[in-house]
Design a protein. Structure first.
Length: 277
């Protein structure tokens, strides 16, 4: 398939991504994805574009006002859903460490909240470095080294001297989040430089208070999970009169400043160095 050669932009920042997400997803996931979607609105995403770990395509279809050239994912079920969204020109079932494209095929690679779930992330980083053109961009976001330390339940256990309970809860939450990596910027800088990238900009986001909303949402989101299990929809009545309590709760965090020094996640923009194969 011929890869698009245009240079699309995400467009202005006029969309209310919180409402777009919250009417379709459990509120804790909706809040995080809405915050991340806003970041892309100020970036020029040059084609051809590859999305590593596209999942069911929900994020891309709600965030970008253009089709991404290629989305890849190792899970067949979500990939079939992604193909239905029209967010991608092409979807491919493959691992991020084995991308079926020649060297320097893409100008931009994006990966939204995916790399933390991959055990052998170094292999994926190497493959991303292979398929990006020199001067191209690698844009991704991941939980960082502050993620576990920001958990409210474990911090409560720490305050009352139950260190074993605090550590146990952190391990439990990391496990249910399916995280293999919660690393600091220096660790990611080393991974990027090893594969021919330089960091252009990075910032921590999602304040501890916003993160607590996400943390507790894993438990209070049970009704949404039951609804999805029975109907295939996370939100049965996606109307403002029905969702105003959670929208009001999340709105303050959606509108907080993008850069949060104590944030639990980090957004990276890296560039493939010129002259690197």
């Amino acid at each position: 398939m011929e890869i698009n050669k245009t240079k699309p932009r995400t467009g202005g920042n006029e969309k209310d991504f919180l409402w777009i997400q919250i009417r379709e997803l459990p509120y804790f996931r909706a809040l995080l994805r809405a915050v991340e979607a806003k970041f892309y609105q100020d970036l020029t995403v040059e084609a051809p574009v590859l999305d590593i770990g596209c999942g069911d395509g929900h994020f891309a279809s709600r965030t970008f006002d253009f089709q991404i050239d290629v989305g890849i994912d190792p899970w067949e079920g979500p990939l079939r859903e992604a193909a239905k969204t029209d967010a991608y020109r092409l979807t491919i079932h493959c691992e991020g460490a084995d991308i079926p494209y020649p060297d320097q095929s893409f100008q931009t690679v994006i990966s939204n909240s995916v790399l933390e779930h991959i055990p052998d992330v170094d292999a994926v980083m190497a493959e991303a470095g292979r398929v990006i053109k020199p001067g191209g961009s690698f844009i991704f976001c991941v939980p960082n080294h502050q993620f576990l330390g920001n958990l409210s339940v474990s911090n409560f256990f720490d305050r009352i001297g139950l260190r074993f309970a605090a550590n146990g809860y952190r391990a439990f939450f990391n496990r249910i989040s399916r995280h293999h990596h919660c690393d600091d910027p220096e660790t990611w800088r080393a991974r990027l430089e090893q594969n021919g990238f330089e960091i252009v900009h990075w910032w921590h986001y999602f304040s501890p208070a916003a993160f607590h909303t996400l943390e507790w949402g894993h438990y209070f989101g049970l009704p949404a999970w039951i609804c999805h299990f029975l109907t295939g929809k996370w939100i049965l009545f996606p109307y403002r009169w029905n969702l105003w309590p959670v929208e009001r709760l999340c709105r303050r965090y959606y509108e907080e400043p993008a850069e949060q020094e104590a944030g639990s996640y980090t957004f990276y923009i890296a560039r493939k160095k010129e002259g690197r194969p």
